[in-house]
Design a protein around this ligand. Structure first.
Ligand SMILES: [Zn+2]
Length: 244
């Protein structure tokens, strides 16, 4: 019976899937819940997927995917015609947008790895859109030259083709990992017993629910487009993917 089990969230298992079959669990004005979805629900600084959900006799555009009561919720226009619960559907994401987001997300993790390794600074915040992102660091100072230096180092690392791997760690184990401590794994709610970790093997490692490319080579070239001070020991860097 639909609705009795947990929702299968394919994006966290295989980031490269662009479409998947599922069944409608709930249809309410403005949104759909599916028992199986390829859409990534907004979280961890990564935007939610957009795309389309099709069924025999209809289709609806997905404007955003958010998390509601812990479940991925496909946001659609109010008043849109929706399939009934139990209807088999096919979800298709805007793959070009998602793939750019994956490259951007991996670039941000690589950036935080480089800044920590070479300058000892931790991340204080960040956000991304497909192709552009910002990240804040615990740095005393920042300059255009520093931005250029970081850009050089970052691109040098990306072209080395580090693989990215998804690993799952028991909470107690994760709390002892120095890389995860530096990226504040302790802030993850206590009820989460198994921590999902994105390991850019040899460069960066952090707890993360997002979607990433399989190798840093896929990111392509990244530009540091802006550096700015957001206060004492809080400096912001904006990056963008060189390829559109
Ligand atoms: Zn992340």
């Amino acid at each position: 019976m639909a609705g009795s089990g947990p929702i299968e969230e394919l994006a966290s298992i295989n980031a490269y899937l662009s479409e998947a079959e599922g069944n409608v669990l709930e249809a309410i004005d403005g949104g759909l819940l599916l028992d199986r979805t390829v859409f990534y629900a907004r979280g961890g600084g990564q935007p939610g997927d957009v795309g389309v959900i099709r069924w025999d006799g209809g289709a609806v555009e997905v404007l955003d995917t958010i998390r509601r009561e812990g479940r991925p919720f496909h946001v659609v226009a109010e008043g849109a015609e929706l399939p009934h619960p139990g209807t088999p559907v096919q979800g298709v994401i805007d793959w070009a947008r998602r793939y750019r987001t994956m490259k951007t997300h991996t670039a941000l993790h690589a950036l935080s790895g480089v800044i920590f390794r070479d300058f000892g600074a931790k991340v204080t915040g960040g956000n991304m859109e497909p192709g552009v992102a910002r990240m804040d660091f615990e740095l005393e100072g920042i300059s255009v030259e520093f931005g250029q230096q970081v850009q050089r180092k970052l691109n040098e690392e990306l072209t080395k083709g580090y693989p990215t791997e998804i690993i799952y760690m028991a909470r107690q184990e994760a709390l002892k990992d120095p890389d995860l401590i530096r990226t504040k794994v302790n802030l993850i709610p206590e009820w989460v017993e198994e921590i999902r970790v994105i390991d850019i093997v040899g460069l960066d490692r952090q707890a993360d629910g997002g979607t990433h490319v399989a190798s840093t080579l896929e990111v392509g070239e990244v530009r540091v487009v802006k550096t700015e001070s957001k206060g004492k020991a809080n400096k912001r860097m904006r990056i963008e993917l060189a390829q559109s």
